[in-house]
Design a protein around this ligand. Structure first.
Ligand code: C5P
Ligand code: C5P
Ligand code: ZN
Length: 464
């Protein structure tokens, strides 16, 4: 991978004008920022755009724009063998086939690594940046934010594989620090009861989704929730208070029969960005990623880009504003999907949000639902949302247990979509597709057939 990164670095060095195309999520923004900074430092003429996906319209436009070189980050693997009239380099981590192994294409799957958890789009882009100039090691924190944005720390409750090497780079310049702590979202910036209310990995029986119950739980433990006028955050608590809460949650899970494997998930590695201000969203890699998603998923990537480029005043304030909207949309989206109803089939379950949930966040909603008490985690969950142009966005999410049994949503979604002349793909545990409106039932039949084959013909499923 490092040799390929060097080769791609040489292509960059020998070009004058480079256009970056990246994905509209936290990993995409951090990947795009790393590419952009790298080119600026080389004094290249460069520009950047963020896209939802590489549809024909975007690709036609890129062809007509006639850039000297196009750098695709966090996407592009799906077109690595096509569109030869676009002079391109690709740094991506989505599942791809062996025939896409080209000198201009860097993707962990081509080198026997798993792009779901070993390295993200930002990480792959960082490898090229570092190969160009060792000084670009100061961009490693962005690659850690990208990996956390794609939940790459989830499988092992810490970053693994190449991500670990990138983490060492960040640690060597004191820009990142890994520490063992509670894994719930909002350690730094959310009131403690809110952090518990939104706990999803694992869910806390009786507390997740219930604000009053969380307040009562903390009161019973004798935890003071306010400091003067402001709510105390997890990071404001002293060691004993933190210990007490963690052991009480563990006890709660164990007495409800959740077992050690799930209970262990409360604790894991978290990543601190040492150069950012403590107590802000951008001090914790996971929270930084959510802040970026709040810009990217609403067509405001430039806000996230500015924050990543170091603007901590006007643009951080804008990003925070968008974060409020994002939170609100997720709460409303979860409620909407629950009310619409989740329909169970034999090998999958699904909901159709129609126009009720934005196509860009239906995947996040599906993920949260699958990790909630209201939805069974035995079946993959598929969410539909209208895109508004006669097309429907499909987002599918699985669990680690299903992946262990042979589930590969990337392949299943790709196959089901291509039977409808549409495009799908992603990762084993999370994948997406866009299909024509009206073909949802047919798509579900095709997808269910694929999932059934994966789960029941795989040798991993022998235990079933
Ligand atoms: O487009 P991209 O590859 O950047 O996004 C990865 C997707 O996979 C994210 O939506 C993330 O939430 C999902 N994911 C997941 N569980 C994991 C790893 C990734 O749901 N363990
Ligand atoms: O859009 P959603 O969050 O559901 O996407 C899940 C994963 O599938 C992401 O990694 C996304 O980049 C990928 N995806 C893809 N091809 C598509 C749609 C989504 O690779 N057509
Ligand atoms: Zn990604």
């Amino acid at each position: 991978m490092l040799k390929r990164a060097e080769k791609i670095g040489k292509i960059i060095n020998s070009s004058k004008e480079i256009h970056i195309v990246s994905h509209i999520d936290a990993d995409g923004i951090t990947a795009g920022t790393i590419a952009y900074q790298t080119l600026k430092r080389l004094d290249k003429q460069c520009s950047i755009e963020f896209v939802k996906d590489l549809d024909n319209e975007n690709l036609e436009k890129l062809k007509n724009d006639n850039h000297e070189l196009v750098w695709f980050t966090d996407l592009g693997s799906s077109i690595s063998t096509d569109f030869q009239d676009i002079n391109k380099i690709i740094t991506d981590h989505h599942a791809c086939s062996e025939d896409s192994n080209k000198p201009f294409h860097l993707n962990p799957h081509l080198f026997g690594l798993d792009g779901t958890f070993e390295i993200s789009g930002a990480g792959v882009t960082y490898l090229v940046s570092r190969a160009i100039d060792k000084k670009n090691i100061d961009l490693s924190p962005l690659a850690i934010v990208g990996a956390c944005g794609d939940l790459q720390d989830r499988r092992y409750r810490k970053l693994k594989g190449m991500n670990r090497e990138i983490l060492s780079d960040g640690e060597s310049i004191n820009a990142v620090k890994a520490k063992i702590d509670i894994r719930f979202f909002g350690r730094e910036s959310r009131p403690i009861f809110k952090m518990l209310q939104f706990a999803s990995d694992p869910i806390i029986p009786g507390l997740t989704g219930r604000e009053q119950a969380c307040v009562g739980f903390l009161q019973e433990l004798g935890i003071t929730m306010k400091d003067g006028d402001s709510w105390r955050k997890w990071t404001d608590l002293c060691k004993d208070e933190r210990r007490l809460i963690i052991s009480s949650i563990a006890q709660l899970l164990l007495t409800k029969g959740f077992g050690h494997k799930i209970t262990e998930r409360i604790i894991g590695e978290v990543y601190i960005l040492c150069n950012e201000q403590e107590g802000t969203e951008i001090h914790d890699a996971k929270e930084f990623a959510t802040l970026l998603n709040s810009t990217a998923r609403y067509g405001k990537c430039e806000v996230g880009l500015k924050v990543c480029l170091g603007n901590r005043d006007k643009w951080l304030a804008k990003a925070r504003n968008l974060l409020l909207g994002h939170r609100q949309n997720l709460v409303v989206g979860l409620q909407f999907a629950k009310e619409e109803g989740i329909i169970k089939r034999k090998h999958l379950q699904f909901f159709h949000a129609g126009n009720g949930i934005r196509d860009t966040i239906v995947g996040i909603v599906a993920n949260m639902l699958l990790n909630s008490e209201d939805v069974s985690s035995d079946l993959p969950l598929v969410g539909f949302a209208n895109k508004g142009n006669g097309e429907v966005k499909v987002s599918a999410r699985g669990t680690e247990e299903l992946v262990e049994k042979g589930l590969n949503l990337s392949q299943a979604m790709k196959k089901a979509a291509s039977a409808l002349d549409s495009i799908g793909g992603g990762h084993d545990i999370a994948a997406g597709a866009t299909i024509p409106q009206g073909t949802e039932e047919e798509f579900l039949d095709l997808l269910e057939k694929e999932i059934k084959t994966q789960l029941y013909s795989s040798s991993k499923a022998d235990v079933l």
